[in-house]
Design a protein around this ligand. Structure first.
Ligand SMILES: [Fe+2]
Length: 322
């Protein structure tokens, strides 16, 4: 957690101003069906508040600090550029005071069956598959920044060193906040678990495309003992977790105060993120939902959305325009 990243105390008003919460038709997919959740995550990508945060100097400095926690050069390859972010557009979470929410079950973000099936990931996880598990380093970016991801209605084409969000409201630790299993190396357990003999041949532990990677009491009870919540956060704080880290959002009843965040990861410039940036540039021009997400396109008619002409130098570099 970094405190504070920004100084503001008011939730982003783009959705309210543009009548979004009256027009919203419900989730555009069933991505969180595998963890039995309907989280309050909304398809707003291009508000001025989100883009100004994504291209701000403070955000860039934080992302650079986070990126160098990773080994980004090895085998004679520079796998990513730690000082240049690719401005990955993601959604917002919004929960008004008084909300009852079931939260979001324990899961992983980086991918689904592609984690076992693609050549790039087989290389990234080589120590897990060749019997040298002790040498597996969750902070080594080797082979993570070039491979494809299997297509799905919701996916992450980008390589993220850290997933993260920036708080738009104060949230106490018992008001339905983020929990994690703060052990990046637990990925080794998750990847090997479905290969053990007690799991049927045709079952990858519930992992399948178009659904989030579930972490369950059935297969991973030892890991779930480590689930831990974040402390109280204030508006403007940011919270970051390693891209392979197991996480969930706790349920809440009659929530005190707002529970609003904007998801902004650290997604450093690399071949994989450069490829995806082509579609991000196109989506920004028309206000479309980015290619990784359901094609809902609520913002196309919003007059106050962020425009390409509003990009600063950091934003232009991040979208591959400089
Ligand atoms: Fe997630």
């Amino acid at each position: 957690m970094l405190r504070p990243l920004f100084h503001f105390s008011e939730a982003a008003g783009a959705g309210e101003r543009n009548g979004f919460f009256d027009a919203y038709r419900g989730p555009g997919d069933d991505f969180f069906g595998s963890v039995g959740s309907k989280p309050e995550i909304y398809p707003i990508y291009w508000s001025a508040a989100q883009m100004q945060a994504r291209q701000s100097d403070r955000m860039a400095r934080v992302q650079a600090f986070l990126n160098v926690q990773w080994k980004h050069e090895s085998e004679g390859v520079r796998w990513f550029e730690p000082d240049r972010d690719s401005l990955y557009p993601d959604r917002i979470r919004r929960r008004p005071p008084g909300t009852d929410s079931g939260g979001l079950g324990t899961h992983l973000d980086p991918g689904t069956l592609d984690l076992w099936m693609t050549k790039a990931y087989q290389q990234a996880f080589r120590h897990l598959f060749d019997g040298t598990v002790e040498e597996y380093d969750p902070w080594d970016a080797a082979h993570r920044t070039d491979g494809p991801q299997y297509p799905g209605t919701t996916m992450c084409s980008a390589f993220r060193t850290f997933q993260g969000w920036t708080a738009l409201s104060d949230m106490d630790h018992d008001q339905g906040v983020l929990h994690t299993v703060p052990i990046p190396a637990a990925m080794a357990y998750l990847m090997l678990r479905p290969l053990l003999p007690d799991v049927p041949e045709d079952d990858m532990g519930g992992v399948t495309i178009n659904r989030v990677f579930p972490v369950s009491e059935r297969l991973h009870p030892l890991l779930l003992e480590a689930v831990s919540g974040i402390p109280d956060v204030r508006a403007g704080d940011s919270v970051w977790w390693h891209c392979d880290m197991i996480h969930s959002v706790a349920p809440v009843e009659n929530q005190k105060g707002w529970g609003n965040v904007m998801y902004i990861p650290a997604a450093p410039w690399c071949p994989r993120n450069e490829r995806y940036s082509t579609s991000v540039r196109e989506a920004l021009l028309t206000g479309a939902s980015p290619a990784d997400f359901p094609a809902e396109h609520y913002e196309q008619s919003w007059p106050d959305r962020f425009r390409q002409s509003d990009l600063n130098i950091t934003g232009r570099r991040g979208l591959g325009l400089n």
